[in-house]
Ligand binder design. Structure first.
Ligand code: CP
Ligand code: NVA
Length: 310
C-alpha cells in the first residue's frame, strides 16, 4: 500500500526551504550522479510509483522525472490533464485524495500555481512543482548544479539574467536568496520584476539588482542566463519581440562577459532570445544543464520520498 503521511514532503518552491535543505537535496543529486551505476543496482525506489501529470507540454521535465524514477528502481505513470477527469471538472482536492491512494508522489506541470498548492494541501503524498506560471524550482536546482560543475561554489558569485520576468526568473530570485549569489536582471521596464517580488527579495536578503541595460548587467558576471520571451500562458499578441530584441543574448553581449558560462532552461527559440553562435559556442553549457535535470530530479525525489525510505 502507499506511504501516506500527515506532513508529506512537497517540493513546490525554492523559497519554502532553508539553505541547508536545498544544499542537502543538491548534494544527494550529485552523489546519485557519481554512484549512478551502483544505485541502479540498489534500486532504492523499488515498489514506489510516481505520477507525472502534464497539463502543458514538456520534453526535459518528463524525460528527467520518468528516467530518474526508473533508474532508482521505481515506476511512473504519465497522465495528461485533459485526458483525466480533472479536465472534465473533477476537483483538484478530490484528484489529490484519489492519487494519494494509488501512487507515492505526484509531479505536476500546471500553469495555475494556486491549483498546484491546493493539490498539495489535499494530498497525503509529496507533490512536486514541475512548472507553474509562477515558478520552476526543479529547473533552478539543476541550474545551480550546472553552475557549480563549471564554475565552483555559487555563493558570492554573480549571475546575469537578460529578458522578461517569468517563472524561471522567479525561481532564480529565490535561489539567489538561498544560495547567496548576486543576481543582476536586465529587462525592459514593462516586463520587469514586479515590485512585490523585489520586496520579497529585499526581505529575504537576496542581492538582486534590477535594471534595463543588458551590458551593465553582464559585466564581470560568472554566468549569463535567458529564457524564451513568451512563456506558456503568456499573451502571444502583446508585441513583446520589439521590446525584447535589445536583450537578445548574442555574441556581442557574451563578449562583454568573457568569463561567463551561458545557460538556458530550454527549449530555446534560436534567433529570438539567443543566437545560434551563443547556443553552440564555447561559453554555452545548455546541454549539460539539460542533463542535470535528471540528476537534480533524483535529489528532489530522494528528499520527497526520503521519509518513507530512511
Ligand atoms: N526546461 C524545461 O522545463 O523543459 P521542458 O518544458 O521540455 O520540460
Ligand atoms: N518560461 C518557460 C519555461 C519553459 C520550460 C515557460 O514557462 O514556457
Amino acid at each position: 500500500m502507499t506511504s501516506r503521511n500527515a506532513s508529506p514532503r512537497h517540493f513546490l518552491d525554492i523559497c519554502a526551504f532553508d539553505s541547508d535543505t536545498l544544499r542537502h537535496v543538491l548534494g544527494r543529486g550529485a552523489d546519485l550522479r557519481a554512484r549512478r551505476d551502483d544505485v541502479r543496482t540498489a534500486r532504492p525506489f523499488d515498489g514506489k510509483t510516481l505520477a507525472l501529470v502534464f497539463d502543458k507540454p514538456s520534453t526535459r521535465t518528463r524525460l528527467s522525472f520518468d528516467l530518474a524514477m526508473r533508474q532508482l528502481g521505481g515506476e511512473t505513470i504519465v497522465m495528461s490533464g485533459n485526458e483525466m477527469q480533472l479536465g472534465r471538472g473533477e476537483s483538484i482536492a478530490d484528484t489529490a485524495r484519489v492519487l494519494s491512494r494509488f501512487v507515492d508522489a505526484i509531479m505536476i506541470r500546471m500553469l495555475d500555481h494556486d491549483k498546484v498548492v491546493e493539490l498539495a494541501e489535499n494530498a497525503t503524498i509529496p507533490v512536486i512543482n514541475g512548472l507553474t506560471h509562477r515558478s520552476h524550482p526543479c529547473q533552478i536546482m539543476a541550474d545551480v548544479m550546472t553552475f557549480e560543475d563549471h564554475k565552483g561554489p555559487i555563493a558570492g558569485r554573480a549571475v546575469a539574467w537578460a529578458g522578461p520576468y517569468n517563472n524561471v526568473l522567479q525561481s532564480w530570485i529565490e535561489a539567489a536568496a538561498r544560495f547567496d549569489f548576486d543576481l543582476r536582471v536586465a529587462a525592459p521596464n514593462t516586463l520587469s520584476v514586479p515590485v512585490e517580488v523585489r520586496d520579497w527579495a529585499a526581505d529575504a536578503g537576496a542581492r538582486l539588482t534590477v535594471g534595463d541595460d543588458p551590458f551593465a548587467a553582464v559585466e564581470g558576471v560568472d554566468c549569463v542566463v535567458t529564457d524564451c520571451w513568451i512563456s506558456m500562458g503568456d499573451d502571444e499578441n502583446d508585441n513583446r519581440h520589439n521590446h525584447l530584441m535589445p536583450y537578445q543574448v548574442n555574441s556581442t553581449l557574451m563578449a562583454a562577459a568573457p568569463d561567463a558560462i551561458f545557460m538556458h532552461c530550454l527549449p530555446a527559440h534560436r534567433g529570438e532570445e539567443v543566437t545560434d553562435d551563443v547556443m553552440d559556442g564555447p561559453q554555452s553549457v545548455v546541454f549539460d544543464e539539460a542533463e542535470n535535470r535528471l540528476h537534480a530530479q533524483k535529489g528532489i525525489l530522494h528528499w520527497c520520498l526520503g521519509a518513507a525510505l530512511d
